[in-house]
Ligand binder design. Structure first.
Ligand code: GRF
Length: 186
């Protein structure tokens, strides 16, 4: 059974779906790493019985200091894969080097289209032919890493709210099974 760490900063619906779906797979969520003490994802972790590592990035002079602390913590716990799910901080070279090829992220667009924030709204307002979800290996850019999995649908005849809902449902379906695939390929 491989241990994974999920990093999140906000709502945590993906975190919850990963924890709940992990029962069907060969991994378990060992720890939630969160940089926002008041994030709803922490309440979800508490209800699901998942340990949390909470820090405030503003308490540190620079990124590499808190990242080294997190790395040491994860190494002791023998975490095999870092899964970003709405984690709103970039990872530095320190982190990327330590976990090279073992950090993945999810984004609500058909990358390379619509990286960064507001991707669902922007794609919708542009009447993009396809909207969807991409899972990729993290590199030093914003949503630029090698694509692992992608799935989309058409926005024709759908409201923005419906598109948003379908995108998140797709995330919750695609991320847990892609984590299993990535672990198997390691
Ligand atoms: C998701 O849309 C994910 O693709 C993006 O951030 C959002 C996080 O949502 N990276 P949640 O916190 O998992 O509900």
């Amino acid at each position: 059974m491989s241990k994974i760490a999920v990093f999140a900063s906000g709502n945590g619906s993906n975190f919850q779906s990963i924890v709940e779906s992990s029962k069907e797979y060969d991994y378990n969520v060992d720890i939630l790493v969160c940089n926002q003490a008041n994030a709803f994802v922490i309440e979800r972790a508490n209800s699901l019985g998942i340990e949390t590592y909470i820090f405030n990035h503003k308490d540190y002079k620079d990124r590499s200091i808190y990242e080294k602390e997190i790395i040491n913590y994860l190494k002791v716990r023998d975490v095999k894969l870092i899964v970003l799910a709405g984690y709103m901080r970039l990872l530095s070279k320190t982190f990327l080097d330590e976990y090279e090829g073992r950090i993945i992220n999810i984004h609500p667009s058909m990358l390379p289209d619509y990286p960064g924030i507001n991707s669902i709204e922007d794609a919708y307002n542009d009447k993009a032919s396809n909207i969807g979800v991409t899972i990729f290996y993290v590199d030093s850019g914003v949503d630029t890493g090698k694509i692992i999995e992608q799935s989309g649908f058409t926005i024709v005849n759908k409201s923005l709210e419906k598109v948003r809902q379908m995108t998140h449902e797709l995330e919750h379906e695609l991320y847990p099974k892609t984590i299993q695939k990535v672990l198997e390929e390691q």
